[in-house]
Design a protein around this ligand. Structure first.
Ligand code: ADP
Ligand code: MG
Length: 450
């Protein structure tokens, strides 16, 4: 018996820790895998499922991981082949589902798929949960509740679940609907006063296998729609059908929502999506650049990622503005100049909002637990002098203020004290690495990409 078979559980555990997999990813994808056999220097791994989408996903995301792990643990290299439980070998053929009636009724945007969803630290739990639900709807997390600010990828994830489910089980009845459309549907059918129109509307939702309602916060408080939705929710949930909801807030913060439903919405899994960090913004921009015919330098991508931070919709907007301007200017290669011009409005807005001496002063005060009045005062005890000097230093470093302007801001007649303070911090930074890293931390707080 080969060691790989013997140590199969250890291999999975190794992957879990070495790749810091969150519990959802691990339990969905790695834990169920079984060792099958070794033949011709290939390790065959059995996926206990008939789901060809799962195979596709494991192939792209985990093949390398297994290869590397096995070579690290056993010092021996193997090919990896995932196989489905029912298949003889290899992958199933890809079926085009776009003509399928369920696909047409599902109301999905063909661009929003797992394949185009960039995973980052801001969304990785939500992404794993979405995949787990798509893999076995109605079985694990029901409902799945995704919340987060605008433009962070909630809708994209919901559509991805729809695609994945329909590609693996084309006979699933998937419905994606915005709460606005749901509301209109309910109101119109009620207004018609026609019983059969109403029951048709009910049937439409209550016979779904997977029902996704986007931006649920807009339903809450609209009485008849809310009532209709709750009844649908209960019917589906009791029948073990999958429900996926999105909102801008977690259930407990939806103010006018009934207590009963706050707890029901939380019965499955609640996950959030945060604003993307720098790495994720870079990865998303690189994906956009790859799909574009124009050549876009990494410098440009960095420039966008550094200046557009709030959400992904804005990131895409900024990217498109640059592409459009380069089209107008009729340039083949996009220069930093074009990018700066295109984003002038966005960037200035961000900086004006944030990078003022007041703002810097507030952050420094927070760090040292002193008040702005202390800093501006003439008191000379060390607990105040140190942050005062740091404030002077940061105003020069981050927003290029002159010594004179800083002195004026601090209501001092003489700017040489500012000069002295600036030099003192600069010296200390070069002498003391611990101090230097403290200053860097404060700087990052003020301007994460400075
Ligand atoms: P939300 O529903 O949270 O307001 P969307 O799902 O509509 O946000 O996302 C806004 C835009 O950003 C869409 O074009 C979407 O494709 C894109 N987007 C969001 N998250 C990601 C991601 N992780 N990877 C790639 N594109 C993303
Ligand atoms: Mg949305």
């Amino acid at each position: 018996m080969h060691q790989i078979k013997e140590k199969w559980e250890d291999i999975k555990e190794y992957i879990r820790t070495e790749y810091s997999l969150n519990p959802v990813s691990y339990n969905t994808w790695i834990l169920p895998l079984k060792f099958y056999e070794i033949k011709d220097n290939t390790v065959y791994i059995l996926i206990p499922s008939e789901n060809s989408q799962a195979l596709k996903y494991l192939d792209t995301k985990y093949k390398k991981v297994f290869q590397v792990t096995i070579s690290e643990m056993f010092n021996d290299s193997f090919e990896i082949q995932f196989i489905l439980d029912n298949s003889k070998e290899e992958s199933e053929e890809y079926v085009d589902i776009t003509n399928n009636i369920n696909y047409k009724n599902a109301n999905l945007n063909p661009k929003y798929k797992f394949e185009t969803f960039v995973i980052g630290s801001n969304n990785k739990i939500a992404h794993s949960a979405a995949l787990a639900v798509a893999e076995s709807p109605g079985e694990i997390y029901n409902p799945l509740y995704i919340y987060g600010g605008a433009g962070l990828g909630k809708t994209h994830l919901m559509h991805s679940i729809g695609h994945f489910t329909l590609e693996s089980k084309p006979d699933t009845k998937v419905i994606y609907i915005t709460s606005e459309d749901f509301t209109n549907d309910v109101i119109e059918s009620i207004r018609s006063g026609n019983q059969s129109t109403i029951s048709k509307m009910r049937d439409r939702y209550r016979t779904a296998d997977v029902l996704m309602v986007d931006d649920i916060q807009f339903i809450i408080g609209k009485e008849s729609t809310q009532e209709e939705f709750f009844n649908t929710f209960n019917t589906l949930h009791l029948a073990g059908k999958q429900i996926i909801l999105s909102s801008d807030k977690p259930p407990k913060e939806l103010e006018t929502l009934d207590e009963r439903f706050k707890s029901r919405f939380g019965m499955g899994l609640i996950v959030d999506i945060q604003a993307p960090d720098y790495e994720t913004r870079m990865a998303i921009l690189r994906q956009l650049a790859e799909n574009n015919s124009k050549k876009i330098d990494d410098d440009i991508i960095k420039y966008i990622a550094e200046n557009v931070k709030s959400n992904i919709r804005e990131l895409e907007g900024a990217f498109n503005q640059i592409i459009n301007l380069s089209r107008i200017e009729n340039t083949d290669i996009i220069t930093l100049d074009t990018a700066e011009k295109a984003l002038r409005n966005i960037v200035n807005q961000n900086q004006n909002e944030l990078l003022t001496p007041d703002y810097i002063l507030n952050i420094v005060c927070e760090e040292f637990d002193v008040s702005p009045e202390d800093i501006k005062s003439s008191r000379r005890n060390q607990e105040i002098v140190t942050p005062r000097h740091i404030f002077m230093y940061l105003c020069r470093q981050i927003i290029d203020m002159t010594y004179e302007d800083i002195a004026k801001y601090l209501m001092r007649k003489d700017h040489t004290t500012v000069m002295h303070g600036y030099k003192k911090v600069k010296d200390d930074i070069s002498k003391n690495p611990e101090y230097a890293s403290k200053i860097t931390n404060i700087k990052n707080k003020i301007n994460p990409q400075s």
